[in-house]
Design a protein around this ligand. Structure first.
Ligand SMILES: [Zn+2]
Length: 143
């Protein structure tokens, strides 16, 4: 890799690392693990972080807000008449300045999971050292 290109990649990686270490806990949890989407369960009141909005032609937009305080929401719409559209995909909305890592920094879900672990490492290791902690059996995988 040419020297200039290598320097650019290093700077982008450093930007990513700086972003990871400075990001809010809520962002690291959702980027490194998963969002806390509401669960819609029959015979249980619809969670407060779900909204349903009528659209044109009798379509309905269902919006779900992440309960993890990352500020992300997702939505999908029904077909006219409120008919479920099994081919509809969620569309996501979020505060790009807060949620998105620097362009071309290469920050992955795995990087965020590693940062999430780093922030919780002390507490997790303390749990492992408790007398009541029982070793988990190790199973061989693969062949
Ligand atoms: Zn989230």
């Amino acid at each position: 890799m040419p020297r200039q290109r290598l320097a650019l990649v290093r700077n982008q990686e450093q930007d990513g690392l700086a972003w990871l270490t400075a990001a809010d806990d809520a962002i690291i949890v959702c980027r490194g693990s998963h969002h806390d989407w509401p669960r819609i369960i029959p015979h249980v009141p619809i969670p407060r972080n779900v909204s349903v909005r009528p659209q044109r032609d009798g379509c309905v937009r269902m919006v779900e807000y992440c309960g993890g305080d990352c500020g992300t929401s997702r939505w999908k719409e029904t077909r006219p008449g409120g008919v479920w559209d099994r081919d509809a995909h969620y569309r996501y909305e979020y505060d790009a300045d807060r949620y998105r890592s620097p362009k071309d920094s290469g920050v992955s879900r795995g990087d965020a999971a590693q940062e999430l672990f780093r922030r919780n490492q002390e507490a997790l290791m303390a749990l492992a050292r408790r007398p009541s902690a029982v070793p988990v059996p190790v199973f061989q995988t693969g062949g």
